[in-house]
Design a protein around this ligand. Structure first.
Ligand SMILES: Nc1ncnc2c1ncn2[C@@H]1O[C@H](COP(=O)(O)OP(=O)(O)OP(=O)(O)O)[C@@H](O)[C@H]1O
Ligand SMILES: [Mg+2]
Length: 245
């Protein structure tokens, strides 16, 4: 399972800065949700709240019916920067959570994930010997190693060039299809939001509230290549663009 239920959630930081208010949202098991909204509207705050890294000011978040009050092993996070340990090999970076959590038998799982992301030949390399896209793939493998129910991603591809970014977006859809992990993905790219999502959550300006929930029924895998669904992706992206501006 991996059902996230957000009820009457609000977060105010000292100042006071009202970052989020009145957030009600249910994310289904295995659903891929993307989160868009202007800078400062509370997207990262919402992810951090779901991750249990911040306490809500009001309201609750539950995962499979259990209130989230601290970070959980079955919720993983991927950030804009891969944050790999430079002295460790690719493989040893992927295995890090197994060491921290004391998981056994993680070796074969790490190899499987490296294979899935096309990194097998690079497993003995150090992070600095890899491109940015490859480093972000390593961070993704590391996050997936403990078989999380929920994967939270905060602008994970935004430091990458456009082509690599699209490649990773296509790859992530495949991984999501294979693993069935619930994914909440923050992005500034409306097109990326449409490409990836089962549903796009659009937030208002600060304090972030839900402006709209937009289901995306375009067949997968989706890409920006010349395929039959390009028009639908573009039309949906244009609609979301208008909602945001
Ligand atoms: N730890 C904190 N302490 C105080 N204020 C914070 C903290 N974290 C976030 N804020 C404030 O809360 C608001 C929402 O921030 P948040 O980082 O969630 O926005 P965001 O939507 O992720 O923006 P961006 O798109 O630029 O990443 C901002 O006004 C920010 O300054
Ligand atoms: Mg942010």
């Amino acid at each position: 399972m991996g059902v996230i239920t957000v009820s009457s959630l609000a977060k105010t930081f000292p100042g006071p800065v009202e970052a989020l208010t009145d957030i009600d949202l249910q994310i289904e098991d295995g659903e891929f949700v993307t989160l868009i909204g202007r800078s400062g509207c509370g997207k990262s705050t919402l992810l951090n709240l779901i991750a249990g890294l911040l306490p809500p000011t009001r309201g609750t978040i539950t995962l499979d019916g259990v209130v989230v009050s601290e970070p959980r092993r079955d919720v993983a996070m991927v950030f804009q920067q891969p944050a790999l340990l430079p002295w460790r090999s690719v493989e040893a970076n992927v295995l890090l959570p197994a060491e921290i959590m004391g998981l056994r038998g993680a070796g074969p799982r790490a190899l499987e994930l490296l294979e899935m992301t096309g990194l097998t030949a690079f497993r003995k390399k150090r992070p600095h010997e890899l491109s940015g896209g490859m480093q972000q793939r390593v961070a993704l493998c590391r996050a997936l190693l403990p078989r999380p129910k929920v994967l939270l991603m905060d602008e994970p591809f935004s430091a990458l060039d456009a082509l690599t970014r699209e490649e990773l977006a296509v790859e992530l859809q495949r991984i999501h299809l294979d693993l069935g992990t619930t994914i909440v993905f923050v992005t500034h790219s409306i097109q990326e939001a449409v490409l990836l999502a089962d549903r796009v959550v659009v937030l208002t300006d600060r304090p972030g509230r839900i402006r709209s929930l937009v289901p995306i029924d375009i067949p997968r895998p989706r890409s920006f290549g010349h395929n039959a669904h390009l028009d639908e992706v573009a039309a949906t992206a244009a609609r979301l663009h208008d909602l945001l501006h």
